[in-house]
Design a protein around this ligand. Structure first.
Ligand SMILES: Nc1ncnc2c1ncn2[C@@H]1O[C@H](COP(=O)(O)OP(=O)(O)OP(=O)(O)O)[C@@H](O)[C@H]1O
Ligand SMILES: [Mg+2]
Length: 305
């Protein structure tokens, strides 16, 4: 099937450890609970968008050790995995997240097969076929090479580096990438870093400074999202749900958003679908343990209006 959307990002294993208190250096603590989940920005968005019936391809780099059940989870929802590359001699990325009773966290990120992404040849089969490409965590240099390909020019191109905007991207690469993108997704902190890199006062100024930029989608946790377009600012309320684990909420929001774009809806409806989809992710542990279908997401949108 021809994809509408082609997603670039991580496929990784998340190991969540609970401790009473984060340990001091050179000491150890008992682990009170541990859970493992399938995750990663790319896997999350591609799986959830596919579940919302958006034909979606995923480009990502993993190792031979990718659990068959993870691949099966993605393909069972319909993700096109022709460019999920198993890199010889490399391992699948892993993230260990340690959280204590005060909700303080430390994370250890093992990049595995994604570490050398900058040096890999571009994978462009899905991107060439798709109408939209969505660039998440991963190598800025790889993404800049992709964005500047002439074949990508007439597509919808989204930049969404998530937390990597702070420590993997830099001002020079970010400004360059914005010249070639028309949508920028970010949460509160990520927007602040984007403004610092671009030297802009606010999202309105940022939007006006890059010729291709059409929309900035800023998610605001329990406050929902704010969408900045060239002519208006749209506020989108979050769904009222009991938050259990925010992991993957941002990715679920994007899946809902694309489910709207795919069906030709306007920005506000896309945002409402985003908040609806995200509410399923926040009210369950991990990212892919409660993947909603289109009818469920659509039904919950009604309660937001
Ligand atoms: N407590 C909450 N209640 C309801 N919806 C929420 C809550 N927290 C987040 N959401 C939904 O999830 C969306 C994304 O959340 P947020 O802005 O926190 O993204 P994020 O920081 O990228 O999250 P993460 O990276 O942890 O997935 C919000 O726009 C909102 O729709
Ligand atoms: Mg996020």
């Amino acid at each position: 099937m021809r994809p509408f959307l082609c997603v670039y990002g991580h496929v990784n294993l998340d190991h969540i450890l609970r401790v009473a208190q984060l340990p001091e250096r050179n000491t150890s603590v008992n682990v009170l609970g541990r859970k493992s989940f399938f995750g990663g920005t790319g896997a999350n968005l591609a799986t959830m968008a596919s579940a919302l019936e958006v034909p979606t391809a995923l480009v990502s780099y993993v190792g031979r050790d990718l659990p068959p059940a993870f691949r099966e989870l993605m393909s069972s929802h319909g993700v096109i995995l022709d460019e999920l590359v198993e890199v010889e001699g490399q391992e699948t990325p892993v993230v260990w997240i340690v959280t204590d009773e005060r909700e303080d966290q430390v994370a250890y990120v093992f990049q595995g097969a994604m570490a050398d992404m900058a040096s890999y040849p571009l994978r462009v089969q899905g991107a060439k076929e798709a109408l939209a490409i969505h660039l998440m965590t991963g190598s800025p240099d790889y993404y800049l090479r992709l964005l500047t390909l002439p074949q990508m020019l007439r597509k919808r191109r989204s930049l969404d580096p998530a937390q990597e905007i702070h420590h993997v991207w830099d001002a020079e690469r970010f400004n360059k990438a914005l010249e070639y993108t028309d949508m920028f997704f970010c949460n509160r902190n990520e927007l602040a870093t984007a403004l610092r890199y671009t030297g802009k006062e606010g999202p309105e100024e940022l939007l006006g400074s890059f010729r291709e930029m059409q929309v900035i989608i800023n998610t605001l946790g329990a406050k929902g999202a704010r969408i900045y377009t060239k002519n208006e600012i749209l506020d989108v309320p979050a769904a009222k749900v009991q938050a259990i684990d925010p992991t993957g909420a941002g990715d679920a929001f994007r899946a809902g958003f694309y489910a709207g774009l795919y069906r030709g809806m306007g920005w506000l409806d896309c945002g409402l679908l985003g908040c609806s989809a995200a509410s399923f992710a926040v009210s369950s542990p991990g990212s892919l343990t409660n993947v909603p279908g289109w009818e469920q997401v659509l039904e919950r949108v009604e309660s937001l209006k």
